[in-house]
Design a binder for this molecule. Structure first.
Ligand SMILES: [Zn+2]
Length: 243
């Protein structure tokens, strides 16, 4: 199993880094954790065909995390007509939110999505959502409430990969990280303590509470990405991690 970082930037594209998306591939099948606005571009950069992606799991309804879905879907409708099934998993209301976004960005295309084998699945706090050989679990985290923020975990072929989503410190990050082979945690700031995001100084204090084999940071402003004397792992766009 391999994870490719399609984007580990913040909402502002700091440092030219792309919006959040992580591609996990096992035996030629791909799962996206988040699909920020730049995701289609990054998939093409990596030479990934969209048909190989079976599932998109969304952490919350902000554009740097799900704004890439309409681009993914218009490519699937018009550029390379898709026949493979696609499942989009997200918080309550995921179908309505995606269709509203689709129609806002490409008016008249939401109804054409009926041509695709497209399925929407809602996850619930702390519960397992089973999709064939995959289990998705989600925990509520602390970010803008209207975006319905969650940390998300994928269990697939004996591996566990979790992503915090966007959040300030939440006790739910501890069960989210439980038994993970890889835990990707947001770290927007160096020292600033604020609602909705984490800082490096907070994570230095809290990281021992995580139960993971490998902790990596994402969603970094420049002050985090460029900091020296840094002891935690920082992701980079294009990076590949074997799991
Ligand atoms: Zn974000």
């Amino acid at each position: 199993m391999e994870l490719t970082v399609l984007g580990c930037g913040d909402a502002f594209g700091s440092g030219g880094r792309n919006h959040t998306s992580f591609l996990i591939v096992e035996k030629n099948e791909g799962v996206l954790l988040d699909c920020g606005a730049s995701t289609l571009i990054r998939l093409k950069h990596e030479g990934i065909t969209l048909d190989s992606i079976s599932t998109i799991v969304i952490s919350h309804f902000h554009g740097d995390h799900f704004g890439g879905i309409p681009f993914f879907l218009i490519s699937s409708l018009f550029e390379n007509p898709r026949t493979a099934a696609l499942t989009i998993v997200g918080p309550e209301g995921v179908r309505r939110r995606v269709l509203e976004l689709q129609e806002a960005m490409y008016a008249g295309t939401a109804e054409k999505l009926e041509d695709l084998d497209l399925r929407f699945v809602e996850y619930s706090q702390g519960e397992s959502t089973i999709l064939g050989d995959k289990v998705i679990k989600a925990w509520q985290v602390e970010h803008s409430p209207p975006s319905m923020p969650h940390g998300i975990r994928l269990e697939w072929n004996g591996k566990r990969i979790a992503f915090s989503g966007d959040t300030s410190w939440s006790e739910n990050l501890i069960p989210l990280s439980n038994g993970t082979d890889l835990f990707i945690c947001e770290c927007n700031f160096q020292n600033e303590v604020s609602f909705g995001h984490l800082s490096y100084s907070e994570l230095l204090e809290k990281q021992s509470e995580f139960d993971t084999k490998s902790l990596w940071l994402t969603h970094m402003a420049d002050e985090v990405f460029e900091a020296s004397d840094f002891v935690l792992n920082r992701l980079e766009d294009g990076q590949k991690i074997s799991i």
